[in-house]
Design a protein around this ligand. Structure first.
Ligand SMILES: [Zn+2]
Length: 397
């Protein structure tokens, strides 16, 4: 409780350029042969147990406390491979005392903006270099993070291996550094010097990391400038498994919006443009540009209609700097989901690097590896909202 309070104190004043939104597509299924999966599991998830395992419930949870070193080094590989096989089964088949699943724990929704070659003076802290992003992915992977999409989160369809921690990537503003197409041997492909290109490269060697993320775009502005039409760019992302979310048509300042009509035009027109570019594609979440609208107008950010096109954003991320709640948590409220901002030119409190360092494993969502069950320590059972299980079985230990 004390930690939560301190985090809130530290984070509540952090300002964002963009708010939030959400939602998304399909989920990742491991298709690798068991042997390869086991190797990945050993090298990543279990390793992460050693690396980031910190205090468990009941112990003093000092953020900077060093983690236990002893847990798994001596574990025979055969046993770990067995565990990997068993994770395909029910949560009852994993060694909960080792994996310590906590599917009521928090999940980080990371907010990225610009990507550039190198920092120059004046670059905002919302900017990431390609090299830093290249280094970030293996670091997250080693710590056991695996990507899911916002729709997986909203539907409580989180499918990452046992012991791993789900994470969401979100990208605001549709910048070319996030993604742009280039021509290669007559085909349009993602520029390798873009966030998507870097993720694609990383996933060739680490397919279980997940090629996922939500791009919050303003279709009235330049979007992923580069080769190809806007439609081709968006389709490329969707075909790869990424999601597209709403960020208003022209990136208006929602706090300054004066009327319901203005908001509905901005949100609805963006959805309408999306349908023209990819028929049937519904954006189900919205990232707030410059923050939330006034109290009286907030409902129109959530739901509304413009020129016959209705929209219903299931998730709106608040301007905020904290990890988000598990979808089964009593505090889960997708219309007010916080995001953690990506680390930028200088380290700041509550950026991604800060949270990765400070958040203990026991505070985060640690998967039981079984999408049909929700496994939590008994000590966390009271934080689970039974009405949010969405047909999954609650398992406690
Ligand atoms: Zn924005």
């Amino acid at each position: 409780m004390l930690r939560e309070y301190l985090f809130k104190l530290l984070c509540q004043e952090v300002q964002y350029l963009c708010g939030v939104g959400i939602h998304m597509t399909r989920f990742f299924k491991a298709v690798l042969p068991v042997a390869i999966s086991a190797m990945l599991f050993i090298s990543a998830c279990d390793k992460s147990l050693n690396f980031i395992e910190k205090s468990t419930k009941g112990e003093a949870s000092e953020p900077s406390q060093t983690q236990s070193q002893k847990a798994s080094e001596s574990k025979p590989e055969a046993t770990q491979a067995e565990n990997e096989v068993k994770k395909q089964g029910s949560a009852a088949h994993i060694d909960v005392s080792q994996v310590k699943p906590n599917e009521a724990g928090s999940i980080m929704v990371v907010m990225f903006h610009n990507f550039i070659d190198e920092y120059k003076s004046g670059d905002k802290e919302y900017t990431t270099t390609f090299d830093d992003f290249r280094k970030l992915l293996p670091k997250l992977y080693e710590k056991g993070y695996r990507l899911i999409n916002v729709n997986d989160y909203l539907s409580n369809n989180i499918n990452v291996p046992a012991g791993c921690i789900p994470m969401m990537f979100t990208f605001d503003d549709g910048t070319a550094g996030q993604f742009n197409l280039v021509e290669e041997n007559g085909r349009l492909v993602a520029n390798k010097q873009s966030a998507v290109g870097i993720m694609e490269e990383f996933n060739k060697a680490h397919p279980d990391f997940g090629l996922k993320g939500t791009f919050y775009v303003n279709l009235g502005l330049k979007t992923f400038e580069g080769k190809g039409t806007i439609s081709e760019r968006l389709k490329y992302l969707v075909d790869k498994g990424f999601e597209i979310g709403n960020h208003t048509y022209s990136h208006i300042s929602l706090p300054k919006a004066k009327s319901a009509q203005e908001i509905q035009r901005e949100v609805g027109k963006n959805q309408k443009a999306m349908l023209e570019l990819i028929p049937d594609y519904t954006m189900t979440s919205l990232a707030l540009p410059f923050g939330q609208a006034s109290k009286e107008l907030q409902e129109y950010v959530h739901k509304g209609e413009f020129e016959g096109i209705k929209y219903d954003n299931m998730a709106i991320m608040l301007v905020g700097a904290n990890p988000a709640a598990s979808p089964v948590s009593k505090s889960f409220n997708p219309l007010k989901t916080a995001r953690v901002r990506a680390s930028g030119i200088k380290p700041v409190d509550c950026d991604l690097a800060w949270w990765v360092e400070k958040l203990s494993r026991s505070e985060q969502y640690v998967s039981d590896g079984n999408p049909d069950t929700v496994t939590v320590p008994k000590s966390n059972e009271a934080t689970v909202d039974q009405g949010k299980l969405k047909g999954k079985r609650l398992v406690t230990y």
